[in-house]
Design a protein around this ligand. Structure first.
Ligand code: SIN
Length: 294
């Protein structure tokens, strides 16, 4: 069977057809998938049947399997168990055992974010596989932050050139942390460039998001919030988005550097279970540093 690539929106995302990713993938097919990955940032494989080892094997074709972001000392460890468990995997699930979620990011809406942008070495990519889905909602929206950057007016690009932004996160999914009342050292955080250069394509991308971006350096809180809002208008614009409605058996992989994603709300009384692996990444490179390096 021939592997084919079908864009799912003008700015981001493609569906890959003609491949069973639970099985070894020949070099020619992988080359098509890898090129599509660089071209489209988000790839969708429908109708897959993956156990944790098969998912892990597919993910490892793209790099070193990422380790889960370690919980800060004041956070309780979570119990993962059952047939969908794998030590390197993260269950994204609202399913509860003894009243406690068996996974992370359990319920409801999640604002736009880049996975682990609050780390100095964020994971390069995430691979989410759907095992159980609600009857409606729980969709995942992806936005091309390369397209968003390219749509910025030159004057706005000039205002953010060379600037860094404070990224921080601590489990709250649909509100920014109140850093006026939470000591920074108690949450995962990192100062990151506002515009990054993609390590493989060289394309620039905006690196801010509504959930985890807190403060642009050198600006007052009010100035920073206003500028972030201006940038979100470009990042969250439907013109740069693909809105994925899940089916059981979908594997969606996304580039964490040049895309951000959000989740829509879904009924609390319905089960949603996804299994996520990641591949690790290095420090984020600022667009201007890469340009200086030549
Ligand atoms: C995530 O941000 O990794 C979770 C996305 C989702 O649950 O759809």
């Amino acid at each position: 069977m021939t592997v084919t690539v079908h864009p799912v929106s003008p700015a981001i995302g493609a569906e890959i057809r003609g491949v069973d990713i639970s099985k070894p993938i020949d070099a020619a097919s992988f080359a098509v998938i890898h090129k599509a990955w660089l071209d489209h940032s988000v790839l969708l494989f429908r109708g897959q049947n993956l156990d944790p080892d098969q998912q892990r094997a597919f993910v490892s074709l793209f790099g070193t399997i990422g380790v889960r972001s370690a919980a800060l000392p004041h956070k309780r460890p979570r119990a993962f168990e059952g047939p969908d468990y794998n030590a390197d995997a993260m269950l994204v699930s609202n399913v509860r055992k003894d009243g406690k979620p068996i996974g992370v990011l359990p319920d409801g809406e999640m604002w736009f974010h880049h996975d682990m942008c609050y780390s100095n070495t964020p994971n390069r990519a995430s691979f989410l596989y759907s095992i159980e889905i609600p009857s409606h909602g729980g969709d995942t929206h992806f936005a091309s932050m390369s397209a968003a950057y390219e749509r910025l007016p030159e004057a706005l690009k000039a205002r953010i050139e060379g600037k860094r932004v404070l990224q921080a996160f601590d489990e709250v999914q649909d509100a920014r942390l109140d850093l006026a009342n939470i000591p920074l050292e108690e949450v995962k955080h990192a100062w990151q460039p506002i515009v990054i250069r993609h390590p493989e394509t060289g394309r620039k991308a905006l690196y801010v998001n509504r959930l985890m971006s807190h403060r642009i350096e050198g600006l007052s809180e009010a100035e920073s919030d206003a500028l972030l809002e201006e940038l979100y208008a470009y990042g969250e614009d439907p013109a740069v988005r693909y809105e994925h409605v899940w089916k059981v058996g979908d594997l969606v992989m996304w580039d964490n550097l040049c895309s951000m994603h959000a989740r829509t709300d879904f009924p609390k009384d319905q089960r949603r279970m996804m299994r996520r692996f990641t591949i690790s990444g290095g420090p984020v490179v600022a667009a201007w540093e890469a340009a200086q390096a030549g």
